[in-house]
Write a protein that binds this ligand. Sequence first.
Ligand SMILES: Nc1nc2c(ncn2[C@@H]2O[C@H](COP(=O)(O)OP(=O)(O)O)[C@@H](O)[C@H]2O)c(=O)[nH]1
Ligand SMILES: [Mg+2]
Length: 324
Amino acid sequence: MSLKTEHIYEGILKKDLVSLAKAMSILESKDHPARLPLVKKIFPTYGRSLRIGISGIPGVGKSTLIEKLGLKFIDSGLSVAVLTTDPASPVSGGSILGDRTRMPELSANKNAFIRCSSGYQGHGGLSRHAKELMLACDAADFDRVIVETIGVGQSEYDLAALVDIFIVLAMPGSGDELQGIKKGIYELADIIAITKADGDLLEVAKTAKLQHDNVISFMPSVGRRKKKVLLLSSRSGLGMDELVTEIDFFLTDAKKQTTFAARRNKQIEEWIKQEIHSQIEFRINQLLRSKGLLTEAYKKTLSKELNPLEAAAEIVNELIKTNL
Ligand SMILES: Nc1nc2c(ncn2[C@@H]2O[C@H](COP(=O)(O)OP(=O)(O)O)[C@@H](O)[C@H]2O)c(=O)[nH]1
Ligand SMILES: [Mg+2]
């Protein structure tokens, strides 16, 4: 490990936020020579922080909630790291919802650290390297790590497998409950919170809560506490204390029942699995580039000698011969 990386490592251990941000940049860049040495150094700290996953469609109120929740944790003497993704469009490269500014108070707090990765790095809005970023938060000894992901595609499933508690936010009156059932996302949720339960939306939110209560009453609670549906308003503060209590209660209870440990074991398993896929993909792309296989197949496909399916099969066979 270079002196510079050693310096960054020492900095993380002291919770120096600049070092932590630098470490995260290294961890997010696949080819960085310091990436592996850094992971090796910090891995022994794995699992120190409690991980909270928060998911829900864009605009449901995740970032606003995280700011309030983070400040509540800090008020009770805890330190908080937030990993979020900038829902930038790969086309315009611009931010749609301006997440960077959505947590102004929390970002100014010295007991908080906010990392905003660009959304299109990974699939569905979860940073491809969320696991490594969480590990860096462990090393910096943050008490709570909150990870935000937009409820799109695979990202919810990926996130649910990487955290100690998974909270799904639902918008009142949006038909979210049906969406949630369809995608099986409520099966993964430990807590479901109906957001924006204030002003004109309060009554709609109350109805949505009843619908959600009904939906989850049919779901089995295998090995864990029954799922909980809460009414929440980041604006009026309704349900905020209850949410904090529920999170603590859930985690304490999970630890007692050993489901917490089981989940942590699963997290490691999931991490290895995701890493296998990512390393194979990286190797394949390297080989494709170096061997010019793609160009050859492309030519044969253009001249209609092969169709794309055959061309791909030919390349795969060739790659297998090289033992990847
Ligand atoms: N009425 C109301 N609006 C909220 C609440 N929380 C967030 N919002 C608004 O909903 C919009 C989206 O919030 P945001 O936190 O960015 O959602 P995200 O995309 O899920 O992160 C913003 O305009 C917020 O001001 C709430 O509790 N009540
Ligand atoms: Mg957001």
